[in-house]
Design a protein around this ligand. Structure first.
Ligand SMILES: Cc1cc2nc3c(=O)[nH]c(=O)nc-3n(C[C@H](O)[C@H](O)[C@H](O)COP(=O)(O)O)c2cc1C
Length: 439
């Protein structure tokens, strides 16, 4: 049987620091690069395209976390995913610097009407010639709701609303039939109104009476991406998503998730098992020798400020962790935030108890992702193992120092994966969907 090839994505934010807390202070971080200027994004994009990545994936949240010690002081002080600029603004910079690389952009449904969401995403799909994915989120953090002056809704209510959100998005994406534009200069008819359907939506959460303002984009609609992991979240993914992003600290948990998603696809939504790409988070630290890689890893760990780490787990999971004894076990704590990521730290030590302090420090290294430290061959071995035993279709690589971590991966690990037949050597599709669904 042919070996499965990996899809690769670079996981970043449009900010000073992504998912490894304190990395902005690493001596190799952004040497001569300014993350708030186009040249940095162009270089990151070209690096990932050189490494045959499917896409750069831009995570987002809408406001600084504000619940550690009841404020956003520690978030601001330690650059805990802060500052973060608007994610869709960098998309055209990335796609004009590249030819094949896609961009996954995280945009929240919480405070934006589906009409403008569709307009923005379809415009980006046009401008990128079909290289956009949308990571559909609904704003899990109270700080986001505070920033928009709204009362935070419950998880179940957010998913209910999101179902209707998607229903309206699909209607708008289908508003213009593929052959609606005739552009006949002689008659002066540009588009056939019979093929541009007005959407009439009167739902529980949204109303809309309009034709879409954007004609059908190259992909029709962006690749739909999702990262929910609660029971409702997994059903939402099984119903709508073409790719999911999940974090599991070991291969057993990956396998469990893979099987669960396949079950939902087949039994609940009449879709083929394996038809949703399972992209699992991984963080790599590569060296020419194991000891070099280990030294690099230790240097990275030294950048993490404990208080910043505590602010981050408070932000992602909901409770104010300053109120807990650092030696308390996280297994005993109920959280309203991102359950899927909390699970990644609960199981970080293979099920053995994890204290609050340990949880914060583990999480701050790279959002609870399994870490692979070693030579290019060690890393390729581990990625193959995650694919063959865990069911991974590909990997979302959490950044450490940038752009260096991606340069090193592309220079050292990519050729090793290609040699093993585990990574494409050229792009065969023209759109992101074609490349992602190709194998
Ligand atoms: C791996 C992973 C990455 C996520 N990235 C984001 C993100 O960038 N922005 C965001 O608002 N939510 C993000 N989320 C949150 C989810 O999209 C979802 O809203 C949240 O997990 C709550 O849903 P759930 O209870 O079904 O897990 C992420 C979740 C996971 C598991």
């Amino acid at each position: 049987m042919a070996k499965k090839r990996a899809h690769l994505l670079g996981f970043v934010q449009h900010g000073v620091n992504s998912h490894a807390t304190g990395m902005w202070r690493h001596p190799k971080d952004k040497i001569n690069w300014d993350w708030s200027r186009p040249a940095y994004w162009q270089h990151m994009a070209r690096t990932m395209e050189r490494g045959m990545f499917d896409a750069m994936f831009i995570a987002d949240e809408l406001a600084p976390y504000n619940n550690y010690e009841g404020s956003s002081d520690a978030t601001v002080k330690y650059a805990v995913q802060c500052p973060v600029h608007e994610p869709s603004t960098v998309v055209p910079i990335i796609t004009t610097a590249t030819t094949h690389l896609g961009v996954g952009v995280t945009l929240s449904t919480a405070f934006e009407h589906p009409y403008s969401m569709v307009r923005r995403l379809s415009s980006l799909d046009h401008l990128s010639e079909g290289r956009i994915a949308w990571n559909i989120v609904s704003s899990y953090s109270k700080s986001e709701w505070d920033a928009y002056g709204a009362e935070m809704t419950k998880r179940s209510g957010r998913y209910e609303r999101m179902e209707e959100y998607m229903e309206l998005c699909y209607k708008l994406w289908n508003s213009w039939e593929p052959d609606a534009i005739v552009a006949n200069r002689a008659t002066g008819v540009f588009a056939d109104p019979a093929k541009v359907h007005e959407v009439n939506h009167e739902g529980e959460y949204f109303r809309c009476k309009a034709r879409s303002f954007v004609f059908r984009s190259p992909q029709g609609y962006p690749v739909l991406w999702q990262a929910g992991s609660s029971d409702r979240g997994r059903d939402f993914a099984a119903k709508h998503a073409e790719a999911i992003f999940a974090v599991h600290p070991n291969v057993e948990r990956m396998r469990e998730y893979t099987d669960d998603l396949d079950f939902r696809l087949e039994k609940r939504f009449n879709r083929k098992p394996g038809s949703v790409k399972r992209i699992y988070g991984v963080q790599t630290v590569v060296g020419l020798t194991r000891s070099e890689a280990q030294e690099k890893y230790e240097r990275i760990q030294q950048c993490i400020p404990l208080e910043g780490a505590m602010a981050w787990i408070s932000g992602h999971f909901g409770p104010d962790f300053s109120k807990y004894d650092p030696e308390e076990h996280v297994q005993n704590i109920e959280i309203p935030g991102i359950q899927g990521l909390f699970d990644s730290i609960i199981y970080a030590k293979g099920g053995a108890p994890v204290t609050v302090r340990e949880a914060a420090l583990i999480y701050a290294e790279g959002m609870g992702m399994p870490r692979v430290v070693g030579t290019p061959a060690d890393i390729a071995d581990q990625l193959e193992y995650f694919m063959d035993e865990g069911g991974a279709d590909g990997f979302m690589f959490a950044a450490t120092y940038t752009p260096g971590c991606f340069e090193e991966f592309v220079d050292l690990v990519v050729p090793e994966l290609q040699r093993r037949g585990r990574l494409r050597t050229r792009y065969s599709g023209t759109t992101l969907r074609e490349n992602l669904l190709e194998f």
